[in-house]
Design a protein around this ligand. Structure first.
Ligand SMILES: [Zn+2]
Length: 251
């Protein structure tokens, strides 16, 4: 079965010198950003988990060393066939890769991606494509309050209350991501094909269910297709029909 991973990362800000207050160029970074935590859920598992710096012994001596968190994330991406996030193609995956190469891990094995921000932009015109807005607008739930920059600062200073809030926030982000993904999914036109990953031939290519209903035939210039709709995820797919009488010799 295709391994589908939902994830979201939270990073620490850069700590940098600037000469002034407004729209400043950075003179020098004192400490560059790192990953403070990430939340993830396997599609076939019930609970969303959070992996954070303070889960590891290293945090006591080197609170800004994200090696263990990054290694855990690397293992998950390495295991995944499909990786899903909101703005993950442009942000989370590239941020993760930046930490992988920093710690001198090789790339994780190949996976395909679904970015719910791209889905939202491609197929709809919402007032905002932010995850929190989509969640509220579609009646799926809201993001947790972050507590703003204080929460990030608190985590960097080792405040247990700030960590608690951060983890709650990170977990809710992935829970919301899963719901938004499932709502947008039947509209996706280039979703990774689970039949190809699993070596199956007659399941829904989008979600893997075998509950497909016939929805009429469709003809292209060269082929006749049976249109099918998945009763679980509501995506459409098609089956090639090799009907000689429907296939013109000259195309
Ligand atoms: Zn389906």
């Amino acid at each position: 079965m295709a391994k589908v991973l939902f994830f979201d990362i939270e990073t620490a800000p850069n700590l940098s010198y600037v000469w002034g207050q407004w729209q400043q160029d950075v003179i020098q970074h004192v400490t560059e950003w790192y990953i403070i935590c990430f939340s993830y859920k396997w599609e076939d598992q019930k609970s969303t988990k959070v992996v954070s710096l303070d889960d590891f012994d290293l945090y006591k001596t080197e609170p800004e060393n994200d090696f263990d968190v990054v290694y855990k994330l690397w293992q998950l991406l390495d295991e995944a066939d499909i990786v899903i996030g909101h703005n993950s193609d442009a942000f989370d995956i590239k941020k993760a890769n930046a930490r992988f190469v920093f710690h001198n891990f090789g790339p994780p094995s190949h996976y395909q991606t679904v970015d719910t921000l791209k889905l939202a932009r491609r197929h709809f015109k919402f007032n905002s494509n932010r995850l929190g807005h989509l969640g509220e607008h579609l009646g799926l739930g809201a993001k947790e309050v972050t507590g703003g920059f204080q929460t990030w600062e608190g985590c960097m200073k080792g405040d247990p209350k700030a960590w608690k809030l951060m983890k709650k926030y990170a977990k809710q982000d992935v829970d919301l991501l899963v719901d938004v993904y499932e709502r947008l999914r039947p509209w996706a036109t280039n979703h990774p094909n689970k039949n190809v990953i699993d070596g199956t031939s007659y399941a829904c290519p989008t979600c893997g269910s075998n509950k497909l209903q016939k929805r009429g035939k469709r003809r292209t210039r060269t082929m006749v297709y049976q249109t099918l709709q998945c009763t679980r995820c509501r995506s459409y797919c098609r089956e090639r029909l090799a009907l000689a009488q429907d296939r013109p010799e000259v195309v």
